[in-house]
Design a protein around this ligand. Sequence first.
Ligand code: AMP
Ligand code: ZN
Length: 115
Amino acid sequence: MEDCLFCKIINGEIPCEKVYEDEEILAFKDINPAAPIHVLVIPKKHITSLATMKQGEEEIIAKIYKTINNISEKQGFKEKGYRVIVNCGEDGCQEVKHLHFHLLAGKKLGEKIVE
Ligand code: AMP
Ligand code: ZN
C-alpha cells in the first residue's frame, strides 16, 4: 500500500523505534504515547482494519496477541498488567488505516476506556 503510513514504517521509508520484529509482525513505540509504555503491534501484511479482514487472515491475530504477551514478559510488566486496544473504523476513531494493536502499560490505567 503506497500511501499507508505503517507500510512505510514496515519498509523502512519512515523510521520507528523498533520493539520486536519477525517475518510477519512489527512492534514499535507509539510516537505520541498515551501511557509510559505505548507500543503498536502490527501485521506486516497490509490489512486495513478488523472490519475488512478476509478469510484466512485471522491467524495473524493470535500471533499478535502472543507477541504482545511476549513483549510484556520481556519488558517486565506482565505481572503488573497491561491493556490492548484496537480502534476500528470511524466510531472507533481509527486514524491509521492499517490494522494495529495498541499495547499500553507502565502505570495503573484509567478504569474507563471510553469517554
Ligand atoms: P489510531 O488512532 O488507533 O489509528 O492510532 C494511530 C496511532 O499511531 C496513534 O497513537 C499515533 O500516535 C501513532 N502514530 C502516528 N504516526 C506514527 C509514527 N510515525 N510512529 C509511531 N506511531 C505513530
Ligand atoms: Zn499498510
